[in-house]
Design a protein around this ligand. Structure first.
Ligand code: ACO
Length: 457
């Protein structure tokens, strides 16, 4: 009874790989791990696809332990054949489907249970003082990445039917399908796959109009379109304007084409999730910068008209040409300003990308530290922080934990500001970050009837 079956035993990394040997270009097969030159260094890379282009062999590679956005096509001269190549393990014949399925199910069950524990919201100021119900603070999965695989069929089904979808790293979107995008004065290199029409994926470069986000395979087509099109701002109401940026609110149901275009474009930079077909259940909040030509899109986020999970943001993107300039922070801040007006707490939809998590963590940390520094009374509860910032208690606890600000004191968890954290905060404050002025937000939370919320009509 107590013995372990083969199906229960996890393979070690060494067992997961096949033969390791020096080989020639002709011997390379899919799944081989080679050393390939990347920015002057040799890195371990897995061959995901092999093609012959204009009579020459090319390989689509994924650099092991690097983000998928670095995946690329390389030629033979980038592969180091003086180092051994690791071959994939030959597939064992499938026999005991049932036991594998059972094992996956039981693993999933466990995950679900863990998920419930970690998402539990503590009440009051003493989230940890609950005996056996203490939150597992080390495992607050705010990024929400799930590790279980879904089948290719399920993935395609999700792509087709779900407005907002979490995609696994599986088969469908393995390869970047566009090499270059021209948008206004910017030349952009896409990071990931996006389901643009197949004809466009055969072009070396495509053109995207930065007002309509309409896409074209040639410059001529694009220029003809632009000379006729009069749209100079996102097609919705301007609900916020300061001396730096504006925000427009767009209803996915009323502006389907525009919203689908924005989703198609953002999928080029989002691996984990996106929405492209069913835009109806979403509102889009688009941030622009103004010039004499009009309102240029800088970034946006989508938000479900009604979120059963309490999400206040579904997808967020800063257009790559504007990243690392503080716009992402403004978008996040704006999403919380909307939640404050709604009188609700909210959190971004999971899973979060690596860049999404970094940006949120930075925003959450600064918001909490600012509130604590500016707070008049000596004592503030986690629930009060949540009420004043519209952040969830889970996100607050996660942030405090990440910054080692959470201390266990007299039987309860308290957030503790060390001198080092205050100093660090004051240093970054000197950067004079821009922020949203809530008084300039002219907005009432939109109300939708049940019929208006129904999908696919
Ligand atoms: N490396 C390190 N830190 C980063 C990076 C990075 N590449 N990008 C953002 N950060 C952190 C930094 O702490 C930064 O603050 P700092 O510059 O003061 O140090 C903070 O995030 C905010 O940076 P911003 O310049 O305001 O953010 P940006 O405009 O670049 O937008 C965003 C961030 C929206 C995540 C952008 O990287 C993006 O569009 N990525 C592609 C799409 C994506 O991954 N979206 C999130 C998916 S999850 C979801 O949608 C719920």
């Amino acid at each position: 009874m107590g013995s372990t079956t083969t199906a229960d035993k996890e393979e070690t990394p060494a067992e997961q790989q096949g033969e390791v040997k020096i080989c020639t270009a002709e011997e390379l097969v899919l799944g081989c791990k080679v050393y390939a030159e990347k920015e002057g260094e040799h890195r371990l890379a897995e061959l995901l696809s092999i093609h012959v282009k204009k009579g020459r062999k090319v390989f689509y590679v994924h650099y092991v332990e690097f983000n998928k956005r670095l995946d690329e096509w390389i030629e033979l001269d980038r592969i180091d054949f003086t180092r051994p190549v690791t071959f994939p393990k030959p597939e064992a014949p499938k026999k005991d489907n049932k036991s594998t399925k059972k094992q996956t199910q039981s693993k999933n069950k466990k995950k679900k249970k863990d998920g419930k524990e970690t998402s539990a919201t503590p009440s009051g100021a003493t989230p940890a003082a609950q005996g056996d119900d203490v939150m597992d603070l080390d495992n607050l999965n705010v990024q929400g990445i799930r590790t279980e695989e879904i089948s290719r069929e399920d993935e395609i089904e999700k792509l087709r039917t779900s407005g907002s979808m979490a995609q696994n790293s599986g088969e469908v979107a393995k390869f970047r399908n566009l090499s270059k995008v021209i948008m206004g004065n910017h030349e952009i290199e896409p990071w990931y796959f996006s389901p643009y029409p197949v004809e466009l994926t055969e072009e070396d470069v495509i053109y995207i109009d930065d007002f309509t986000l309409q896409f074209f395979g040639s410059k001529k087509q694009f220029e003809r379109f632009r000379s006729k099109c009069t749209l100079r701002h996102p097609p919705g109401n301007e609900i916020y304007r300061d001396d730096y940026v504006s925000f427009f609110e767009i209803d996915g149901r009323k502006q389907r084409t525009w919203c689908r275009n924005v989703c198609l474009f953002s999928k080029l930079f989002l691996d984990h999730k996106t929405l492209y077909y069913d835009v109806d259940p979403f509102l889009f909040y688009c941030m622009t910068r103004r010039d004499e030509q009009g309102h240029h899109l800088v970034g946006y986020f989508s938000k479900e008209k009604e979120s059963a999970e309490g999400y206040n943001l579904a997808c967020i993107l800063t257009l790559p040409q504007y990243q690392r300039m503080g716009y992402g922070r403004l978008l996040i801040e704006f999403s919380y300003e909307l939640s404050k007006k709604e009188g609700k707490v909210g959190s971004p939809e999971k899973p979060l990308s690596d860049l999404g998590l970094l940006s949120y963590r930075a925003y959450w940390a600064d918001t909490i530290i600012k509130l604590l520094i500016e707070n008049d009374s000596d004592y503030v509860t986690i629930d009060e922080i949540s009420a004043r910032t519209s952040m969830t208690t889970t996100d607050i606890l996660h942030t405090a934990q990440t910054l080692s600000m959470l201390k266990y004191f007299k039987g309860q968890h308290v957030i503790y500001l060390s001198d080092q954290i205050v100093e660090q905060y004051e240093k970054t404050e000197k950067k004079k970050r821009r922020s949203i002025n809530p008084e300039l937000l002219i907005w009432k939370p939109p109300v939708f009837t049940a019929a208006q919320l129904r999908f696919g009509w």
